[in-house]
Each structure stands twice: as C-alpha cells, then as structure tokens.
Ligand binder design. Structure first.
Ligand SMILES: *Cc1c(COP(=O)(O)O)cnc(C)c1O
Length: 221
C-alpha cells in the first residue's frame, strides 16, 4: 500500500475536478479496506467474479466500477450493485445490461469503450462502430441503461507523445459524440482515461475519471 501516493494523487485531482477509480484487481479486501478508511469510495475491478466476491465482504457504500472486458453471460452477477461499467463495447452487451438492470429495478450507468490504441489486443469500438451503435433503432429502446461517457486505453508504450495523441483523439471523439447525440443529456460527461503511467497526460486532455492501480496498491505479480 502506498498511502502517501494516494493523498498526493487526490490533491492532484482536485484542481482538475477529476475522480479517482482505485483499481484493486488481484489485491486483497484488506488493501481496499485500508484505502476506504482514508476516504476512497470508488474501486475498479476487471473480473466479474472477483468484484462480486469483494462486494459481499466490504461496506455497502463502495461504488464498484467494472473496468475490464465484460461477457454477456456474466452481466447478471454484477447487475444488482455495479455503479459504473466502463467497458461496454457492443450493442449486444448493452442490450443485456439493459435487460438485467430492468430485472433489478435499476438504471445502470455505462461508458462506451473506444479503441484508441495501436495494439491489436485491446477491446473497444472504433469510431464507425460507435456511430452505428448510437444511431441504431434498438439503442433508442433501452430504458434501463444510462450512457455517461466514454472510456479508452492508450498504447502501452514509453512514447508519451503517442499516448498524448491518443488521449487527445479520444477527447475529440467525446466532444463530437456529446454534441451529436447527447446535447440534451447532461449525464453524458465522463471521460475515463489514464492509468498509473499516464494519468498526468490524461488529466491534461480532459479526463474526468482516472483508473489507477499499481501506484496505490503496488505492483501486481
Ligand atoms: C489494470 C487496469 C488499470 C490500472 O493500471 P495500473 O497501471 O495498475 O494503474 C486501468 N485500467 C484498466 C482497464 C485496467 O485493466
């Protein structure tokens, strides 16, 4: 645990008006509890089962964010409690989230994950797929999901100029989509980008949520 990094990070986020998602994947509930005791309430996990297990063992006022790839058949396990799903990357997945949210009498907040990196392994929609999704008749029928913004991951590289270009690109997509589809929905306001290695760049380019793990909890082995 790096509590000194936590407090430094919180102070860095204040002037930017951004929020911290403390990424606790692979870390024990004791570590989450320690950060909770410092005042942190938003935690991010990338696996459904792990998040559901931890949720049962920790205070009910924690806001659980799913940041990893989500399979349609697993939505039901997190639908009762998840606070924000960052990783929506298909209409089919969104339809299932809508269905499970309705079953639970909830509206589930979602971000659409956009592919901005120069790596074949990362999930996400490209710009054409994003417009296809938002323009589809089915999308307009969803009553139990709320699209709160976009999420993206930059290429894992030392080349910070490249990372900066990718974050700026995502910011531009965000502004365009907001104007085109969400001009009357102020809830579309979140831009989730930046991790331990690149959150400073992300903040410079308009991130409202940063997802930081190893800088707070130490390396994952
Ligand atoms: C693990 C993870 C993070 C946090 O990465 P760190 O380098 O540990 O800060 C952020 N976003 C996603 C999607 C992740 O899977």
């Amino acid at each position: 645990m790096h509590l000194e990094n936590y407090h430094r990070l919180i102070n860095e986020l204040k002037p930017a008006g951004a929020k911290l998602v403390a990424v606790s994947k692979t870390k024990p509930v004791g570590d989450i509890r320690a950060l909770y005791d410092e005042g942190q309430r938003i935690f991010g996990e990338n696996k459904v089962q792990e998040m559901a297990d931890k949720q049962l063992q920790l205070p009910a006022d924690i806001q659980w964010h799913l940041i990893g790839h989500l399979q349609t058949n697993k939505v039901k396990y997190i639908a009762p409690f998840v606070s924000l799903i960052h990783s929506v990357d298909s209409l089919k997945l969104l339809a299932e989230i809508d269905k499970q949210a309705a079953k639970n009498g909830r509206i589930i907040n979602c971000l659409l994950q956009i592919f901005i990196a120069d790596e074949p392994t990362k999930f996400g929609l490209d710009e054409a797929e994003l417009h296809q999704l938002l323009g589809s008749p089915e999308f307009k029928t969803f009553k139990n999901v709320s699209i709160c913004g976009l999420m993206g991951m930059a290429t894992n590289t030392e080349d910070l100029t490249k990372v900066e270009t990718e974050f700026e690109h995502l910011k531009q997509i965000f502004e365009k989509v907001k104007a085109q589809y969400f001009s009357e929905q102020p809830i579309f306001k979140e831009l989730s980008m930046g991790m331990s290695s690149d959150y400073k760049i992300a903040l410079k380019h308009g991130a409202t949520l940063i997802r930081v793990g190893s800088m707070l909890f130490g390396d994952r082995s």
